[in-house]
Design a protein around this ligand. Structure first.
Ligand code: SDX
Length: 429
């Protein structure tokens, strides 16, 4: 809270005083919660200027391209941490000491298996069901397996639910992939790290163990870190809104997965690959840049632009460096799609349309190229995003539930018909 006030005067009426709240960093906020009782709503479709909550978890400075998780810059976490350690940080608020780190890793490993019934559940989908459709269904159904721990007012229940989600989401993701490509499911191997285990379950078969390259496992682990949390984005806001009704955490995360699927959000990584393949050659870049700028053409440059970042998305910078490393390790330095993406980025960032609108590559622009190089099929790209983001969703959900909250219930500007009387069908035009 600050002593500063905002004064709102409407048509010369007596001024309305609104308190201004100040956070650790970032914009101050005008607390408008009293406006409803004074006869006004605010109007902010898309919530561009709306802080829906207060949070200690992630801070973004869009103008400077800064991303902090519990105060730690994403660049440092991507370089020096690992995904499970980042999960602990997001969940608990501090980096773990050596004992806490080991205990957390052991706890997560203990929960990696899923109930055998989930195999039948996934097998019930069409063979070509999109893996995100399967993820929405299966994660929502997880609440049907854990009747022992769905009391959201019980800290132990919240903690084991968070651990179960973080531990099982890669197992379920890999099962969706196996179903999609008609292969048998692989059980987790708890002698492996989190990301090694994911690769084992994705690409191993009962006939042949997957040979894990440390650089590939590191790249996957870094991808998960880069996707772990991102303040109040569309899917996280969906998780919070679902959670505000008291719904169980599994159904809230399923709601987040559904929101993430859209091409304007997490579905963009899949859309970037489709776009790059459609562009095909750098000679066609100019045509697609023109389409992206044409207001009459629905085409947008996928992987470009961001509601908050009006500078480089720091994750995109790390992702591009990781791209270089992975492609080199895999002997794909001359990957045509990576070359095309870098050329597209260069041309776009020299174009006034993108420069004037501060449209830079976002987290999705390069992630698809790494995923494709790692052998992840394009239909699994957004699933990978969901695997990494699950810890952010559950951390944000837990933060809301452990602080005073009310059910989220936005209002509207009504523009429909005014009161009118019913007309019997024989009297209608
Ligand atoms: C993610 O919120 C998060 O933090 C999300 C995320 C996370 O980690 O959770 O960071 C992950 O979702 C990243 C974004 C992935 N989506 C895409 O890459 C899809 C392509 N990008 C756009 O659709 C768009 O940039 C959004 C959806 C990302 C942001 O949309 P906004 O904030 O509503 O911006 P806008 O539509 O108001 O655009 C402002 C202007 C418009 O032009 P004018 O009306 O001013 O003339 O920029 C133009 C837009 O037409 N514009 C684009 C563009 N993005 C914006 N023009 C061409 N190509 C684009 N990609």
């Amino acid at each position: 809270m600050t002593n500063r006030k905002a004064t709102l005067t409407v048509d010369g009426e007596s001024p309305i005083e609104l308190p201004i709240l100040k956070g650790t960093r970032g914009q101050d906020v005008i607390d408008i919660s009293s406006l409803g009782s004074q006869g006004y709503f605010t109007y902010d479709p898309g919530f561009s200027a709306t802080a829906a909550c207060q949070s200690d978890i992630t801070y973004i400075d869009g103008a400077k391209g800064v991303l902090l998780h519990r105060g730690y810059p994403i660049e440092q976490l991507a370089e020096k941490s690992d995904y499970l350690e980042t999960c602990y940080l997001l969940l608990e608020g501090q980096l773990p000491n050596a004992q806490q780190k080991t205990e957390f890793e052991t706890t997560i490993k203990y929960h990696t298996m899923v109930n055998r019934s989930i195999e039948q559940f996934i097998s019930g989908f069409r063979h070509d069901a999109h893996p995100m459709a399967m993820m929405c269904g299966v994660v929502g159904a997880m609440s049907s397996f854990y009747h022992d721990s769905l009391d959201i007012t019980n800290q132990q229940h919240r903690t084991i639910s968070a651990h179960r989600l973080i531990a099982k989401i890669p197992t379920i993701a890999a099962m969706c992939h196996k179903h999609f490509n008609g292969q048998p499911y692989m059980y987790p191997d708890n002698s492996l790290s989190y990301s090694e285990n994911f690769l084992h379950m994705m690409f191993g078969t009962p006939c042949e163990r997957y040979k894990i390259k440390p650089a590939v496992a590191k790249a996957v682990d870094r991808l998960f870190i880069l996707h772990a949390d991102h303040e109040q984005n569309a899917s996280t806001s969906t998780v919070r809104l679902a959670g505000s009704s008291g719904a169980n955490p599994f159904s809230c995360i399923a709601a987040g997965i559904a929101a993430l699927w859209g091409p304007a959000h997490g579905g963009a990584n899949e859309a970037v690959l489709v776009m790059l393949n459609e562009i095909g050659h750098e000679d066609n870049i100019a045509e697609y840049i023109a389409k992206a700028k044409d207001k009459n053409d629905p085409f947008r440059l996928m992987g470009f632009g961001h509601r908050v970042y009006k500078n480089y998305d720091p994750r995109a910078t790390v992702m591009r460096e990781s791209c270089n490393e992975v492609l080199e390790v895999l002997g794909l330095e001359n990957d045509p799609l990576f070359r095309l993406a870098k050329k597209l980025e260069k041309i776009a960032l020299e174009d006034e349309y993108f420069v004037s609108r501060k449209l830079y590559p976002n987290v999705d622009f390069y992630s698809g190229i790494i995923l494709k190089a790692l052998g992840i099929p394009v239909e699994m790209f957004t699933v990978i995003f969901a695997v990494g983001r699950t810890v952010g969703w559950i951390s944000q959900w837990n933060e809301m539930i452990t602080n005073p909250y009310r059910i989220g219930r936005p209002r509207q500007l009504y523009t429909g018909a005014d009161t009118r009387d019913y007309v019997p069908v024989d009297k209608r035009q």
